[in-house]
Write a protein that binds this ligand. Structure first.
Ligand code: DI6
Ligand code: FE
Length: 401
């Protein structure tokens, strides 16, 4: 067993604890022992050998969690950006062999080392804003080996930076050209066979899919989710982004960790998600980038009592966004979330979306000492600015990084 290290105490902080969608903060002391929160109270007397960190009245929050990213990929889609500015739709571009399949080509031709090298600047951009935990999806390889390579790259990020990574198997993202008229074979030979290998190699923490008219049907996702459950893996889904396909209801039936996007979600879907404990992950970057107009039903989600998270959806096509603070601001301005909902959406709610409740994302005894200290004194001051990084310090498992 590791030798116990001396305790650390954080004092004089305005603490947002991560467990509520209310923006309010409290003057709390936080005691950390061996990288884990040992106590949280209004006044904690420093124990012997304790290092005291005065926050000078600053806002202290859980380190942020980006719970939906495609941050590992090859190449970029800048040329398509111009096509879209010229009037082509996302579906037009996908139908013309662009979109996800164009990133597939660039991803397949990159080695694991090259994928890491291309992804690290994006990861660093997120971490520089106080992110301590990141979900990373496959989904641009679309062959067994290329999908596995994406997750190998994702896993290795954890050794290269002070960050916790959760991986998701998203082989059901698009149909690669070689399987164009063989959907069922793609699911058997790549999605399911590859998933079994990813599981055997310890590369995968959850299973995701893109349930949309231009991707996979609820029936196909049902098969994939049933297989995932057989492997003991939790599921999540890109659902109701461009149309209502019944994906969120399917996700709720499978007890999914989350259903994500949700612009076309109905009030019944919201209620089903709330009953199942399936987190609603809102992704304003994709909404913005695609110039969408249909808003996710925030009032219905609130009325149902669903947990709402916010994420970047960092991906080369529909959300080339590497700022979670910006996503929070967008969720407030574009979707009408309160600043408290935005803050909860990237801390406690995002942890729940990754199956990490109580592990990180909240300032509670037993959780990892993953904190962000900000040059701000309230949650509103954090969510209000656009493109202004007020991070003062980040701590990962109690260590300053
Ligand atoms: N929904 C999205 O917004 C991204 N994937 C998904 O399933 C788009 C991915 C891309 O266009 O590269
Ligand atoms: Fe996505």
């Amino acid at each position: 067993m590791a030798k116990p290290t001396a305790p650390h105490l954080w004092t004089d902080a305005a603490v947002y604890t991560g467990d509520t969608a209310q923006a309010h903060t409290r003057r709390l002391d936080v005691l950390v022992q061996d990288g884990t929160i040992a106590a949280v109270d209004e006044h904690i007397t420093p124990p012997a050998n304790c290092t005291v960190h005065s926050c000078g009245g600053r806002l202290l929050t859980p380190a942020l969690i980006d719970c939906h990213t495609h941050v590992v990929y090859g190449g970029n889609r800048a040329a398509e950006f111009q096509m879209r500015l010229d009037g082509a739709t996302y579906a037009d571009i996908a139908a013309a062999g662009g979109g996800i399949v164009s990133t597939m080509r660039a991803t397949r031709s990159a080695s694991v080392d090259e994928l890491i090298a291309q992804s690290l600047p994006r990861v660093d951009s997120l971490l520089a804003e106080g992110v301590g935990t990141l979900e990373v999806k496959s989904g641009y390889g679309l062959s067994v080996e290329a999908e596995l390579n994406m997750l190998r790259a994702a896993r290795r990020l954890e050794g290269l930076r002070p960050v916790r990574i959760k991986t998701s198997w998203l082989a059901a993202h698009a149909l690669p050209p070689e399987y164009q008229d063989r959907r069922s074979a793609y699911i058997d030979e790549v999605v399911l066979a590859g998933l079994a290998r990813a599981k055997a190699e310890g590369l995968v923490d959850a299973v995701d899919g893109f349930c949309e008219h231009l991707a996979f049907t609820p029936e196909e996702m049902d098969r994939i989710f049933t297989f995932a459950s057989g492997l003991g893996l939790p599921v999540k889904l890109h659902a109701e982004q461009l149309s209502n396909q019944g994906g969120a209801a399917l996700a709720a039936r499978h007890g999914a960790l989350s259903a994500d996007h949700l612009e076309w979600l109905t009030a019944e879907d919201a209620a089903a998600m709330a009953r199942a404990g399936t987190v609603a992950v809102l992704l304003p970057g994709a909404f913005y980038m695609l110039s969408e107009t249909r808003l996710p039903p925030v009032a219905a989600l609130r009325a149902a009592g669903a947990t709402i998270a916010v994420s970047t959806d960092c991906n080369p096509g529909t959300s080339p966004l590497t700022s979670l603070l910006m996503a929070m601001n967008m969720a407030a301005v574009l979707f009408g979330l309160t600043v408290g909902e935005c803050m909860h959406g990237t801390t406690g709610a995002a942890a729940k979306a990754l199956g990490l409740a109580g592990v990180t994302g909240t300032i509670v005894p037993g959780a990892a000492a993953d904190f962000a200290v900000w040059n701000a004194s309230s949650v509103a001051e954090l969510v209000n600015p656009i493109g202004f990084n007020q991070l003062h310090a980040r701590y990962f498992k109690g260590q300053k990084v």
